[in-house]
Design a protein around this ligand. Structure first.
Ligand SMILES: *[C@@H]1O[C@H](CO)[C@@H](O)[C@H](O)[C@H]1NC(C)=O
Ligand SMILES: *[C@@H]1O[C@H](CO)[C@@H](O)[C@H](O)[C@H]1NC(C)=O
Ligand SMILES: *[C@@H]1O[C@H](CO)[C@@H](O)[C@H](O)[C@H]1NC(C)=O
Ligand SMILES: *[C@@H]1O[C@H](CO)[C@@H](O)[C@H](O)[C@H]1NC(C)=O
Ligand SMILES: *[C@@H]1O[C@H](CO)[C@@H](O)[C@H](O)[C@H]1NC(C)=O
Ligand SMILES: *[C@@H]1O[C@H](CO)[C@@H](O)[C@H](O)[C@H]1NC(C)=O
Ligand SMILES: *[C@@H]1O[C@H](CO)[C@@H](O)[C@H](O)[C@H]1NC(C)=O
Ligand SMILES: *[C@@H]1O[C@H](CO)[C@@H](O)[C@H](O)[C@H]1NC(C)=O
Length: 534
């Protein structure tokens, strides 16, 4: 058989595999047996060992089943029958005139539709926040969904002062269900263009996580972790000539017009607690001092902290504030690998502003997505940032040389007690069906387990993704997609001995609705990191 046919067939297989994984139509389908009865050219032995395939696929399937149960379809005939922020009621339970610092404050939310009728199910995407702007203070609230149209919103009154409460209906449950369906329906919301180079000539072809094309394809497979990426093969260049990538958004939507109506700007993030009453919080002699120092292996609750005068204060462990001297001490002799996206690149831009002996080392690469290296050779400190591999979304041309999936990067590190790895990924996964994200998270987890076998003292820190702009293209990049990933990430990494920087919780507390949080937030994330490693 021609290699072209073979490639096409393998592509079809991988597409049908992926389809079966995420369609969840009949989860008892045995996904590792390739149906060869329709085409005798199908390979007899799979590319991927069956055992590990089964294990990972089963885990993906399990997580997706759980999510499908939690986000069932919610068809609606008219916007009237969807959740309305205006008609829903939020009531403070056992209200008091004043509260003591440290008290809990609970709110009962009863959701109603636009006709004022009680909703019988939950699933609304809500965001609860308390804040005192004058104190530059904020914290997230915890939302418990009873799945019957009522929710409990719990706040902890962390600081003294006048506190205002906010409860946003980001999307009604009907919108949430539509987004979940639309997300898992197509891989083609982003167009990838690969640049193939031979000397001074180059050519661009279309690439992607899957490709629906009858042309001959280049396959870039990681068999162990079952990661795949494809490009249309250029006519006169080998597949190995691929050097760079750039992306565009494709104008495609899997939402119906009626569903799209739920995501108009005016309907996203509507305040439910409109009366804007303040809560007075005073100091009442209750002192609950947390003595235990922050360290890896701790499980931050939600909320896991609050901001006061812009400082992030953890509530589950005692956090040290690192000044420049302490930072210098901590970083001495350390090798720090930042693996992820531009929200971690912000760290490597922030650090030399504070630690003046750190200097960028020029690796002769170009562009903002190049590998970044910060060095203080005298004090033996190395800090490196690298982007996670596919999918990576940007209009800018980025290099694929020295570009690995995070598990492969972790595999390259011997590790020791002075080595720290910080991992983040999520924002670039939002436009793609969720199996892509789950698979990567499982692959990263396995790599961390391998690392801990050879070096249990290496410090590994996961930074969850953060919230971003409220009014962004919801179907492609919205926070609901990120929230699901955030939950998956916390679940997959929950029992590993690593540190968690809950950037989701932090950015709700700070109220920074921007994909790249401001410098003071980054500084506080780094402070949290230093608490974990020193
Ligand atoms: C799924 O497949 C299994 C076995 O092939 C079958 O027993 C079951 O009835 C199917 N379920 C659905 C919902 O089609
Ligand atoms: C697998 O083979 C059976 C039997 O020939 C056929 O009915 C079925 O449609 C095939 N499935 C796929 C996904 O090709
Ligand atoms: C797959 O093909 C082989 C020969 O090519 C045949 O022996 C086998 O029975 C086929 N399996 C299925 C499930 O059709
Ligand atoms: C929905 O609201 C519109 C306009 O307010 C009204 O004309 C229509 O009758 C309502 N539909 C239902 C099903 O209640
Ligand atoms: C909703 O569920 C909660 C918790 O199970 C229960 O306390 C409450 O009474 C229920 N509300 C309604 C309206 O069914
Ligand atoms: C693939 O492309 C063909 C022709 O453009 C189209 O008919 C088909 O629906 C596409 N399949 C998928 C899965 O997108
Ligand atoms: C690269 O281009 C040169 C000059 O056009 C050509 O001779 C050579 O065969 C090409 N190499 C490959 C690997 O395609
Ligand atoms: C606060 O605590 C101190 C010592 O713990 C005690 O002397 C004082 O009376 C307390 N004040 C109030 C108002 O309870």
């Amino acid at each position: 058989m021609s290699s072209k046919t073979k490639l096409q067939i393998m592509l079809l297989i991988s597409q049908s595999l992926l389809f079966q994984i995420w369609s969840a139509l009949n989860l008892s389908i045995s996904i590792h047996y390739w149906n060869n009865s329709t085409n005798s050219l199908f390979p007899k032995t799979p590319l991927i060992p069956l055992k590990s395939l089964t294990e990972t696929e089963l885990r993906i399937k399990e997580i997706m089943e759980k999510l499908d149960q939690q986000i069932p379809p919610r068809p609606f005939d008219h916007v009237n029958t969807t959740t309305s922020a205006t008609h829903s009621t939020a009531t403070i339970l056992s209200p008091r005139d004043t509260y003591c610092r440290g008290d809990k404050l609970d709110i009962l939310l009863e959701v109603r539709d636009h006709l004022g009728r009680r909703k019988q199910y939950g699933g609304d995407f809500l965001r609860a926040r308390m804040s005192s702007p004058a104190l530059m203070a904020g914290a997230s609230g915890k939302v418990t969904d009873f799945n019957n149209g009522t929710y409990l919103i719990s706040f902890t009154l962390f600081w003294v002062g006048q506190v205002s409460l906010s409860l946003l209906l980001i999307h009604p449950s009907e919108g949430v269900s539509a987004l979940w369906r639309a997300r898992n329906q197509g891989y083609n919301k982003i167009i990838f263009k690969g640049k193939f180079v031979n000397g001074t000539s180059h050519v661009f072809t279309e690439c992607g996580l899957t490709l629906n094309s009858s042309a001959e394809l280049c396959e870039y497979l990681d068999n162990r972790d079952q990661e795949a990426f494809y490009c249309v093969k250029p006519q006169h260049m080998p597949c190995e000539a691929l050097t760079h990538m750039t992306t565009q958004n494709r104008e495609v939507s899997y939402l119906t017009d009626r569903e799209k109506g739920l995501f108009h700007r005016s309907k996203v993030g509507v305040e439910i607690m409109k009366d804007g009453k303040h809560i007075d919080v005073v100091e009442c002699n209750k002192s609950e001092k947390i003595e235990e120092k922050c360290q890896v292996g701790m499980k931050p609750p939600v909320p896991g902290g609050y901001t006061l005068q812009r400082r992030w204060i953890t509530t589950f462990c005692n956090q040290i504030q690192f000044d420049t001297i302490k930072m210098n001490d901590c970083l001495k002799g350390k090798l720090i690998y930042l693996l992820g996206d531009s929200t971690l690149r912000q760290w490597i831009y922030h650090l030399p502003k504070v630690v003046k002996t750190l200097q960028f080392f020029d690796l002769h690469e170009t562009g903002i997505f190049k590998k970044h290296l910060l060095l203080d050779a005298a004090r033996h400190t190395l800090i490196q940032w690298k982007k996670h591999s596919h999918p990576f979304i940007t209009f800018q041309l980025y290099s694929l040389i020295d570009h690995n999936y995070i598990p492969r990067e972790i595999d390259l590190l011997s590790g020791d007690k002075n080595t720290a790895i910080v991992i983040t990924f999520g924002q670039h996964f939002r436009p793609f069906p969720i199996d892509i994200f789950i698979r990567r998270a499982i692959g990263v987890r396995k790599a961390i387990e391998r690392l801990f076998l050879r070096s249990p003292t290496t410090k590994v820190i996961i930074k969850t993704e953060n919230i971003r702009e409220m009014h962004i293209e919801t179907e492609r990049f919205g926070d609901f997609h990120g929230y699901i990933q955030y939950l998956i990430m916390k679940d997959i990494f929950k029992d590993l001995n690593m540190g968690i920087i809950d950037a989701w919780d932090m950015t709700i507390a700070y109220g920074t609705n921007t994909i790249h949080p401001p410098d003071h937030v980054i500084g506080n994330q780094i402070n949290m990191f230093l608490n974990y490693i020193c």
